[in-house]
Design a binder for this molecule. Structure first.
Ligand code: GLC
Length: 450
């Protein structure tokens, strides 16, 4: 009896611990899990941590292009860097205000750095004291406040989490005498007893919709560990979406996978946009100036027009745009970022129909100034024109549905148009008064020509 009982117990334990393999899910399962993300198209990246205190300068000298790397680029010892953490007291932080800025901009999801490479954690973590509650004077759970505000506003909350960690002794790759990084022999301890428990904690406490990994290039990390982590996390939260930096598949800054079946749900081009469409999901992450984390002297802001044109280009190629802000050590999103986000929101209020919940066409553009998207139901084609001219717009790629009207988004009266059966061209007149700046959308009932 005793023997049978112990066998039964073992069996029950096995069943309870059985890990499902999510790497082999069907296309259908995948499509339904990815649906909200594909439709969302526009997300906000937030790089925020103790690096906002030095804001790009250390001992009177400015370092590197990107502010969040200052610990590395200025070679700051751990104990010295911890002083910035002790000064990190962003009393002007107001989660509701940040989320309101995002909401007005037309942002559908926010990805914030729970932990960047410097290792400092901006939530109340029971796994470490190197967090906002124990190591900084601020003592407010930033991720909790933001998650609550996002929930209220209907914005999805997501976390960026660095695999590389410059603060954990078991994670850091040491440089050997040839200045090559050598593998940290204790890395498995960091992974199993620190990284994974923290991610579990993040999922259980804040229920993030996406986990966005980075720092996977360290020599300790392998595709196998990435696959294991992917499955571990999806077993905790089956509908979780995870970027391709969870494994080793990413091909540099271009960001798409270099081999088939690499772990992760989407490619991550960084500071660039794909040349064309792709069969895989992808998201371009980009800065508004030149840094991710706040740098006080970086004023190289892109214009609102450039940002709107990027969004159009990305949507037309079937990707998502993850646009970064780097808040200050006081807790404010820099005013130039807020201004640009306002402009984008204004444009999207009128034209969002052509961006969200759309698909891409094989011929996603015509000439240099027209990009196409298609409504998910396939009924409408949106011709997005990024340059105004005195001449009518001439399109060759669209077969308009006979007898139907053409509209410009934001304009009541329908658009005068002619279709030339011989040449197959559709000619669209501009309306007298344009509804916005930067780009204009003709909404056409029709089919693409191949
Ligand atoms: C790079 C940088 C990092 C930044 C990330 C955003 O990988 O290391 O600082 O967070 O890009 O994609």
């Amino acid at each position: 009896m005793k023997f049978l009982f112990s066998i039964l117990c073992t069996l029950l334990l096995l069943v309870a611990n059985a890990q499902k393999n999510y790497l082999t899910e069907s296309k259908q399962e995948r499509d339904s899990r990815m649906e909200w993300w594909r439709d969302a198209t526009f997300g906000m990246f937030i790089h925020w941590g103790a690096y906002a205190v030095p804001a790009g300068s250390y001992n009177g000298k400015e370092y590197g292009r990107i502010g969040e790397w200052i610990m590395h680029s200025a070679n700051i010892p751990i104990l010295e860097y911890e002083k910035f953490v002790k000064q990190f007291n962003p009393i002007q932080f107001n989660a509701k205000e940040w989320v309101a800025v995002a909401k007005k901009a037309g942002i559908k999801y926010i990805v914030i750095t729970s932990k960047h490479h410097d290792g400092f954690c901006i939530w109340d973590s029971k796994v470490t004291n190197y967090d906002i509650m124990d190591a900084s004077p601020f003592k407010r759970d930033i991720l909790k406040e933001l998650s609550d505000a996002c929930k209220e506003a209907g914005i999805k909350m997501c976390f960026y989490h660095s695999i590389m960690d410059w603060h954990q002794p078991d994670a850091e790759s040491k440089k050997d005498y040839t200045h090559q990084h050598s593998v940290n022999p204790n890395f498995a301890k960091y992974r199993e007893e620190y990284l994974k428990p923290q991610l579990k904690e993040l999922i259980e406490k804040y229920d993030p919709a996406v986990l966005w990994f980075d720092g996977e290039w360290i020599p300790e990390w392998t595709e196998e560990q990435g696959r294991d982590l992917y499955n571990y996390l999806r077993n905790l939260k089956p509908d979780l979406i995870i970027n391709n930096r969870v494994g080793k598949g990413r091909s540099g800054m271009q960001g798409m996978n270099k081999y088939k079946d690499a772990a992760g749900d989407f490619g991550t081009p960084e500071q660039e946009i794909l040349e064309g469409t792709s069969d895989s999901d992808w998201e371009s992450c980009m800065t508004m100036n030149d840094t991710w984390g706040f740098k006080k002297n970086d004023n190289n802001w892109k214009s609102s027009e450039t940002l709107i044109h990027n969004l159009i280009d990305i949507a037309a190629k079937g990707g998502n745009y993850l646009l970064n802000v780097g808040p200050t050590a006081e807790g404010l999103i820099p005013a130039p970022s807020v201004d640009r986000l306002k402009d984008m929101g204004y444009w999207l209020d009128i034209n969002g129909e052509a961006i969200y919940a759309t698909k891409s066409l094989k011929k996603y553009k015509e000439g240099n100034n027209v990009k196409y998207t298609v409504s998910n139901d396939g009924k409408y084609i949106y011709a997005i024109v990024t340059q105004k001219s005195d001449q009518p717009v001439v399109l060759k790629n669209i077969q308009i549905t006979h007898g139907t009207k053409v509209h410009m988004l934001g304009v009541k009266k329908s658009i005068k148009h002619t279709h030339d059966n011989n040449s197959g061209t559709l000619t669209l007149e501009w309306p007298k008064k344009l509804p916005c700046d930067h780009a204009w959308v003709f909404k056409i009932e029709g089919t693409p020509k191949n």
